[in-house]
Design a protein around this ligand. Structure first.
Ligand SMILES: Nc1ncnc2c1ncn2[C@@H]1O[C@H](COP(=O)(O)OP(=O)(O)O)[C@@H](O)[C@H]1O
Ligand code: SF4
Ligand SMILES: [Mg+2]
Length: 321
């Protein structure tokens, strides 16, 4: 399988306004790293699960891949071409689509479902024969009835809104779909329906997915590989089955161990992550996880671990993994 998406050394920083720094050196802006040196690739036909606590930079990564968030360093290569110019990102957005975290809020409230589904054609200047027929075709692909085309976003149930989000993402036959928390806020049964739909479409339409979630059960179920982020950095990447069987990084171990289990005896509360997640405004020295790591040593407080390859397909950022 060839790489469809290749991200190398990607960093994103944002200026922080005000604060002590501005007072000390007026006029000089301080930048904080939201993402730092992310290198990650996605093969054609692959599903990658991106996990990490809230604030770890998952949405920022998704947005920067689509050119919606400016990058400060690194490269993004999609389908063999490096994305540099505004035009290349526009092309990228035509061959990929984002499913947003809150589909109703991300859908324009004044547009009917039919108009929303065909809007990508208009945005990208793609000719379509018949708007109504196209909308109905997309609706049927995601298991919704034709008459949904006349509804408005606020009239949809959570599950229907997600299906509309999937249909809209499919409109221009993308190669890649980036789904940000695709099942958050849905009942468990509806979550299953949406995931099954996404899996079905993947095979049918030859899609690749980047699925962003904090739902580990879902990642285990649908993704081929998993990437774990902490404070804007990758800390572990590997094949899903192997990472779940034997996580290497203490943070990944804790995440997996604290995953809700049908059998409560299997849940390891002792391994749950303790303490507050530090702020990116004030990153801990050395290993950034040391403030919460149960096996931290002196070295961890002074020396930052680098990403290391373990075997052929795993990487981890820990001195002692
Ligand atoms: N436009 C922005 N300006 C400044 N900081 C931002 C901006 N967008 C996100 N952040 C910060 O970046 C960090 C990562 O956010 P985000 O990518 O939304 O994380 P996640 O999706 O993992 O919850 C957070 O600390 C957030 O406050
Ligand atoms: S480097 Fe040290 S603090 Fe960081 S995860 Fe490994 S053991 Fe824990
Ligand atoms: Mg997010």
């Amino acid at each position: 399988m060839t790489a469809l998406l290749d991200i190398a050394g990607l960093s994103v920083n944002f200026p922080v306004a005000g604060g002590l720094f501005d007072t000390l050196i007026p006029g000089r802006k301080r930048y904080i790293d939201i993402l730092d040196g992310i290198s990650l690739s996605l093969k054609s036909g692959e599903t990658l699960g991106l996990v990490g606590e809230s604030g770890s930079g998952k949405t920022t990564l998704a947005r920067s891949i689509l050119g919606l968030s400016p990058i400060s360093a690194g490269t993004i290569t999609f389908n063999g071409a490096e994305l540099r110019s505004r035009q290349s990102f526009t092309n990228m957005r035509r061959s990929s689509a984002m499913m947003f975290q809150d589909p109703v809020a991300s859908l324009s409230p004044r547009m009917s479902v039919g108009a929303l589904l065909t809007e990508p054609f208009i945005i990208h200047g793609v000719v379509m024969q018949n708007r109504k027929v196209k909308a109905e075709e997309l609706l049927s692909r995601v298991g919704l009835s034709k008459d949904m085309a006349n509804r408005y976003p606020h009239e949809l149930s959570g599950g229907q809104a997600r299906r509309v989000g999937v249909a809209r993402a499919l409109a221009l036959h993308p190669k890649l779909i980036i789904a940000d928390e695709p099942t958050t806020g849905l009942d468990v049964s509806v979550q299953g329906e949406i995931l099954n739909l996404m899996t079905e479409l993947k095979t049918l339409m030859g899609l690749s997915y980047m699925i962003i979630t904090h739902n580990l059960a879902m990642v285990r179920h649908v993704s081929d590989r998993i990437a774990v982020m902490y404070l804007g950095r990758l800390i572990e990447v590997g094949p899903t089955r192997e990472v779940f069987k034997k996580p290497l990084h203490p943070y990944a171990k804790s995440l997996i161990a604290s995953e809700p289990q049908p059998d409560p005896r299997k849940r390891r509360a002792d391994l749950a992550i303790k303490g507050e997640i530090p702020s990116v405004l004030n990153r801990p020295r050395g290993c950034e996880f040391h403030t919460r790591c149960s096996i931290a040593q002196d070295r961890c407080r002074s020396e930052a671990p680098q990403l290391r390859a373990i075997g052929i397909d795993r990487i981890v950022r820990c001195h002692f993994a």
